[in-house]
Design a protein around this ligand. Structure first.
Ligand SMILES: NC(=O)c1ccc[n+]([C@@H]2O[C@H](COP(=O)([O-])OP(=O)(O)OC[C@H]3O[C@@H](n4cnc5c(N)ncnc54)[C@H](OP(=O)(O)O)[C@@H]3O)[C@@H](O)[C@H]2O)c1
Length: 344
């Protein structure tokens, strides 16, 4: 058993990590931090964990050396203290955006200020096993993924990988997200009367996750539009792209089938009948699956690629644990096989 601590465990991704680690056969939770709830039982903040653990929150200052340290902190906090975190643990998995981009100049451009530890950017591997399985094997430093970036990347990646997409033409991702994406701290926009029932486009373009999509898919002309919708968990990417002349629906079937056959958490949802014909984040709550779908208007070469995920799972804690499993040479699916609920 490896000993694990979670920094920022009172938050949404930290709580999800804790839920996963408590069920993982090779991991044992040592400490979990919160400054606000120090001394309180974790189930007082994450009531789903009542009777699963009697751990109490400690302060980040009280952290002891462990094998694995998960950082689930607000943007900017991990990079400030990266030397300290690295002294505390052999493996670091950071869920924030601090170590996702490899290029310090790109980081500064998208995040509006210089990176506090630019030398560390090249040490981290982007924690999406579907794209980085080889690099993750034996990796000590793993960055988490952006949830909107993950949905966009996975929607398009099978078609891109197969060389079916014309990358000289613009690619536009329309992404709908649930409220848990904003984290556990409230703000005026997350207040229930303001957030309930919304379909609110809050970033028509320029969303920071665009940088991850560009980096991971090697694209330049890609644009993300973000819309808040009335769900708690979930991100749904609908990506519009143009295929090369002559590409058929059959070519896409082959590409998406290959991707789902080679990756345990990718599923293809493309049915002719019934109500589950395309991916839907509703049925993925708590699950690490990414459901992919596509439709092609052959006459115009217009590809609509889709991916649904749970932002807290495949878009955060699930991918983080999946990446750690790969880094440690364990079965990739260990502790991650929950299929989701239906109905929900
Ligand atoms: N929510 C998502 O869907 C999602 C998806 C992918 C990635 N992420 C990324 O994951 C990270 C965590 O997101 P989240 O949604 O879990 O946020 P959150 O719910 O706001 O949780 C943040 C956690 O960090 C702690 N914290 C805050 N400031 C701190 C500081 N200066 N030092 C130590 N601890 C501090 C908070 O607890 P105390 O204040 O009590 O210490 C809390 O436990 C973010 O960087 C986010 O961008 C989030």
């Amino acid at each position: 058993m490896l000993r694990v601590s979670i920094v920022g465990a009172s938050g949404y991704t930290g709580g999800e990590l804790l839920r996963l680690v408590l069920d993982h056969p090779q991991l044992q939770v040592h400490q979990v931090t919160s400054r606000r709830y120090v001394g309180q039982y974790v189930y007082q903040i994450h009531p789903n964990l009542r009777k699963r653990t009697r751990l109490k929150f400690t302060t980040p200052e009280a952290l002891e050396p462990v094998d694995v340290l998960f950082l689930a902190l607000p943007h900017g906090e991990a990079q400030k203290n990266i030397e300290r975190w690295a002294e505390l643990a052999t493996y670091i998995v950071d869920l924030s955006a601090d170590f996702r981009l490899r290029d310090p100049a790109a980081y500064e451009r998208w995040y509006g200020q210089p990176h506090a530890a630019p030398a560390w950017l090249s040490k981290f591997v982007y924690g999406l096993p579907e794209l980085h399985r080889q690099d993750l094997r034996g990796a000590r430093f793993i960055s988490g993924v952006g949830c909107n970036a993950t949905a966009t990347i996975l929607a398009l990646w099978p078609a891109l990988q197969a060389g079916l997409v014309d990358t000289q033409r613009p690619i536009i991702a329309d992404i709908k997200v649930g409220s848990s994406e904003g984290g556990a701290s409230p703000n005026p926009g997350s207040h229930h009367p303001e957030r309930a029932n919304v379909v609110r486009t809050y970033a028509p373009f320029g969303h920071r996750h665009t940088a991850e999509v560009m980096q991971e898919l090697g694209l330049t002309d890609v644009h993300l539009t973000m819309t808040s919708v009335d769900m708690v968990r979930g991100a749904m990417a609908t990506v519009h792209a143009w295929t090369h002349p002559g590409v058929t629906e059959k070519d896409l079937w082959r590409a998406y089938r290959q991707a789902v056959n080679e990756n345990p958490f990718l599923r293809l949802v493309k049915e002719r009948r019934g109500i589950y014909r395309v991916p839907d984040p509703k049925i993925l709550a708590g699950s690490n699956y990414a459901d992919l779908g596509f439709a092609l208007d052959e006459a115009h070469g217009h590809l609509v690629a889709m991916a649904a995920i749970d932002n807290l799972m495949k878009g955060a804690a699930g991918s983080a644990l999946q990446s750690l499993n790969v880094a440690l040479g364990w079965e990739e699916t260990l502790g991650l096989t929950f299929p989701g609920l239906h109905p929900i």
